[in-house]
Design a protein around this ligand. Structure first.
Ligand code: HEC
Ligand code: HEC
Ligand code: HEC
Ligand code: HEC
Length: 197
């Protein structure tokens, strides 16, 4: 052990050089990573593939694309987690979509997209049921909603929804895209997801 320390002492210039190199390397990896995260979080990045798969056309003109105040929810606002850990995991998981774009294209025609729509929608619903609609809540804070300013219908449903322990996606699905055919999120996941917590 003391031999190693002695050796290192003799080569202190090399040691410092290595430490500086390691530091610079980590900084560049960090910066490159930040660029990748930022680039893959833009609307342009998502729609470079999803324009073809018709999502963009359906989303255009909805309340989250254009509204009175110009505050928007873009693809990533609703589809990517907001904490750093889950965010990176979600990005890694999404690399499967490279496979379904370039190796076995799964949604490159309207027919294929429609055939796969409910499978994909159910993945999104499952995620939102399990996270108590985390993505929606990153903008819509239930505790900051002024119920008095809401329509009477919304007031009533929100009070009842809260009492019944329901989450946003159980009532507000099909808000950014055409609604998929078949069962609703509650019918699919209602019994397991939220209540399990
Ligand atoms: C390289 C092309 C490509 C890019 C870029 C891309 N996607 Fe996808 N995406 C796909 C493909 C292909 C599928 C279908 C996957 C399948 O068949 O299982 C898909 C599926 C989805 C689904 C359905 C749920 C699921 O996991 O299958 C969502 C939601 C989605 N993408 C959102 C996004 C968002 C948000 C972005 C931007 C951050 C994005 N995509 C960027 C190709 C892409
Ligand atoms: C990036 C922030 C953001 C996210 C994420 C988001 N929203 Fe919104 N939402 C808005 C804004 C902004 C409006 C428009 C408010 C206005 O101008 O009236 C809106 C409007 C709405 C409305 C009102 C529709 C109407 O016709 O008045 C509903 C319902 C809604 N959002 C539900 C959801 C649900 C459910 C989710 C999750 C799937 C979600 N939002 C995710 C920002 C967001
Ligand atoms: C039990 C069903 C239910 C649940 C759960 C629910 N909503 Fe609603 N929400 C409604 C109904 C019904 C309306 C009224 C729709 C209308 O008037 O067109 C509404 C209206 C809204 C509006 C528009 C308010 C207005 O006055 O224009 C927003 C925004 C909204 N909901 C967001 C959310 C968010 C975010 C969550 C989760 C924290 C949520 N809702 C949970 C049923 C629900
Ligand atoms: C306001 C939140 C919101 C925004 C913004 C949004 N999505 Fe979605 N997306 C959802 C929800 C919720 C679902 C689950 C199905 C449903 O309820 O419509 C979904 C489903 C999907 C699916 C599965 C197929 C389908 O149609 O159900 C894909 C792919 C997808 N979104 C991609 C995108 C892309 C690309 C964008 C940006 C152009 C985008 N989404 C913007 C909330 C959103």
């Amino acid at each position: 052990m003391s031999e190693i320390v002695k050796n290192l002492r003799r080569r202190w210039k090399l040691v410092i050089g290595l430490l500086v190199a390691l530091f610079l390397f980590s900084v560049s990896v960090g910066i490159a990573g930040a660029y990748v995260l930022a680039f893959t979080s833009t609307e342009e990045f998502c729609t470079s593939c999803h324009e073809m798969s018709y999502n963009l056309a359906e989303y255009k003109g909805t309340i989250h694309d254009t509204n009175r105040t110009g505050v928007r929810a873009i693809c990533t606002s609703c589809h990517v987690p907001h904490e750093p850990g889950p965010l990176v995991l979600a990005k890694l998981k999404a690399t499967k979509d490279l496979f379904y774009t370039y190796v076995i294209p799964s949604i490159d025609t309207k027919e294929k997209f429609e055939a796969k729509r409910s499978v994909m929608a159910h993945r999104v619903w499952k995620d939102m049921m399990e996270s108590d609609s985390h993505q929606c809540r990153s903008c819509h804070r239930a505790d900051k909603m002024n119920l008095e300013l809401q329509s009477p219908g919304a007031q009533k449903r929100h009070a009842k929804g809260k009492a019944d322990g329901k989450t946003c996606i159980e009532c507000h699905y099909g808000i950014a895209h055409n609604e998929p055919e078949g069962p609703s999120p509650t019918e699919l996941f209602g019994k397991t997801a939220l209540k399990a917590e």
